[in-house]
Design a protein around this ligand. Structure first.
Ligand code: ADP
Length: 631
């Protein structure tokens, strides 16, 4: 892009216009956070320059000091935040301040309701950033020069936040960025030195750069630093207050809401590093986007290296935020080198353990917060059961299930609780996978077990069948899918009755199988049903409905094997079937029973119209309810 010497006008992306309008309205009671956001951006810009200067020292020009300066000008009614960091080119400024690159933007905007408190919470989660300046300012001016560019290649960006902004080329001898807010009349309190000093303390005591405050218009005049300019994680734990930890989290994670828990550790000895890891209290909008930015911030000997160091935590812990500061890595580490570095692998394994311990602590000590955690991130953590063999037992201990003993659909039972309340002679952990929480809870497979009072874990996440293929035992007890195979003797449900059938039973089963043909593997008499006429059962080693769908969705062939149909002899409908002499009626009834069983599994029928016709014929004229279609 070529920038002109005179200002050119641009229009904000439509989403930004909408966001700006909503933000100004809903953040009103929280508006001081604009200062945190601007100081945070300034600190990031300094970090980025320090990193680039490792390879290109000339970028520091003749001003190596990296600092942040807040200036108040009560005459002009302005507040400005200046950094000596990386700066922005004209292209950068248009791309970064004129568009939102956030992947979930449209989805996020849809969730806003116009109700201030609700929206403020969401906007905070989304990250308010630079635009929060418009909550207190009528006009925002950004002057910037990219480090390494000539003094004449500076750029000025000005907007009143209404829909347009202007960009022009300017002379800017000092590199970096200055953001100047022309404060609204009702925001003049932010010109008060004492108040701003307090806010700087609050928001930047953990920042690794001096933040200076001056009241004169001359930003080169000496001014004392308000903060001590020491990175938070380098200080001893005992000297850091919870408030400081929380502020630091908000700064690094660009999150508005306090984290649930954190863990700060310094490791010495063979490998030396410091980690400060946080569990957020809400999932980001792009948690499910596997390409979304994630990972911790990496520093090497206090120097910022990268924003998204993904090598230090496994994928199933991608929701963790924070920093790792390693002493033993080279300052010139590249992504590829990080991947191969044995130090990194060792740190990753130690951090994984540390996070799992932190979660366990949260579960033990603050169960209510743990519920929040599980709701937000449980499905991601679960992936660890498949991916991390070494920590499987620990991860399993952190899982929470909906069960036949849960309060409604709450996922509130742990495996420990399950085992503690199960009778000692019960040798297995029962579970059932359903298409939805309601389908699982209403499954016919639960009937006999419910009668005995046995607890069954109810799973219905899309990935549960996949995950449960890996989770075979916990605390020495095997898992048992109650919808599969024959219910073993230990389940208290008598073993498969096949072989001990009477002649009439055998005849009935054969007739039904003849009707259903390849749609079912076997037809047999069931011992697991009480109220339902029938259910479908897969063998132990066969793929279930969920895995078949996952396969199909990813373009693979699903296996052609079919489930078996089990009939409940005690059910009136099955008795009627057995007594049915007319072949067309028998066929219609057999199909109906089979289709009902499919529906109970949450499955789609291949020919729903035929099903509805059959039901209606039976309803209107039960005696001649024979379907004409016998396809
Ligand atoms: P975020 O910081 O969460 O990315 P912002 O809206 O605060 O979102 O900023 C958008 C982008 O603008 C930043 O990612 C950064 O690239 C750029 N930016 C903002 N402030 C500065 C600054 N002081 N120096 C350099 N770049 C900046």
């Amino acid at each position: 892009m070529t920038v002109q010497n005179q200002a050119t006008t641009f229009s904000f992306q439509a989403e930004i216009k909408q966001l700006l309008r909503l933000m100004v309205h809903s953040l009103y009671s929280n508006r001081e956070i604009f200062l945190r956001e601007l100081i945070s951006n300034a600190s990031d810009a300094n970090d980025k320059l320090r990193f680039e200067a490792l390879a290109t020292p000339d970028l520091l020009e003749d001003r190596p000091e990296l600092e942040i300066r807040v200036m108040l000008d009560s005459e002009a009614g302005t507040l400005s935040v200046t950094d000596s960091g990386i700066g922005m080119s004209a292209d950068d400024i248009v791309a970064q301040l004129g568009t939102i690159a956030h992947s979930g933007t449209a989805q996020f905007l849809d969730k806003l309701t116009g109700e201030a408190r609700h929206d403020a919470q969401l906007i905070g989660q989304f990250g308010v950033g630079f635009y929060s300046a418009f909550v207190v300012a009528d006009e925002v001016e950004v002057e910037s020069r990219r480090a390494g560019f000539a003094a004449g290649d500076g750029v000025r960006w000005v907007s009143d936040g209404q829909g347009e902004y202007t960009v022009e080329q300017i002379d800017k001898p000092d590199r970096g960025t200055r953001v100047t807010l022309k404060l609204k009349d009702d925001a003049r309190e932010f010109l008060d030195t004492l108040m701003i000093r307090q806010l700087i303390h609050k928001y930047s005591d953990h920042i690794a750069f001096p933040v200076r405050l001056s009241e004169s218009g001359d930003f080169t005049a000496p001014a004392e630093a308000v903060n001590d300019g020491k990175a938070l994680w380098t200080r001893p734990r005992t000297e850091i207050s919870d408030e400081e930890y929380i502020e630091f989290y908000k700064h690094t994670a660009h999150d508005f809401t306090a984290p649930l828990i954190w863990s700060h550790n310094r490791v010495e000895g063979k490998r030396e590093y410091t980690s400060l890891l946080y569990v957020p209290s809400a999932a980001p909008f792009d948690l499910w986007n596997r390409e979304a930015p994630r990972g911790v911030k990496l520093y090497v000997q206090r120097v910022f290296i990268s924003d998204e160091a993904t090598q230090f935590l496994p994928l199933f812990l991608r929701f963790i935020r924070g920093i790792v500061d390693a002493d033993d890595l080279s300052l010139n580490v590249s992504r590829e080198l990080l991947q191969q570095d044995p130090n990194v692998a060792a740190i990753k394994s130690a951090l994984t353990k540390r996070v799992l311990e932190m979660l366990d602590k949260l579960a033990q000590e603050e169960p209510e917060k743990y519920v929040t955690f599980w709701k937000e991130f449980g499905t991601v953590l679960k992936e660890g059961l498949a991916e991390d063999t070494a920590n499987r037992e620990k991860i399993a201990g952190l899982m929470r299930f909906n069960s036949t003993r849960s309060d409604g659909f709450a996922q509130d039972r742990s495996l420990r609780e399950y085992l503690d309340s199960a009778p000692s002679e019960q040798s297995e952990i029962y579970f059932l996978i359903g298409e939805s929480p309601a389908a699982a809870r209403g499954s016919p497979h639960l009937e006999a077990l419910r009668d005995r009072g046995a607890e069954v874990l109810l799973l219905s996440d899309r990935i549960d069948e996949w995950v449960m293929q890996y989770l075979r035992e916990f605390s020495g007890k095997q898992f048992k899918d109650v919808a599969r195979g024959s219910p073993g003797p230990s389940s208290g449900v008598e073993a498969d009755a096949a072989g001990s059938e009477t002649k009439e039973q055998r005849q009935l089963l054969k007739r039904v199988k003849r009707v259903l043909r390849d749609a079912v593997d076997e037809v047999r008499i069931s011992n697991r049903l009480k109220e339902s006429p029938a259910c479908l059962v897969f063998n132990e080693d066969e793929l279930g409905f969920q895995m078949r769908e996952l396969l199909k969705a990813s373009g693979h062939e699903a296996p052609t094997t079919a489930p078996s149909l089990e009939l409940n002899e005690a059910h009136a409908l099955v008795a009627r079937l057995a007594a049915e002499k007319q072949e067309p009626q028998f066929e219609a009834l057999s199909r109906l029973i089979f289709e009902q069983a499919l529906l109970l599994e949450g499955q789609q029928l291949e020919d729903p119209a035929a099903f509805v016709r059959r039901v209606n014929e039976l309803l209107t004229d039960p005696d001649t309810g024979a379907a004409q279609d016998t396809a």
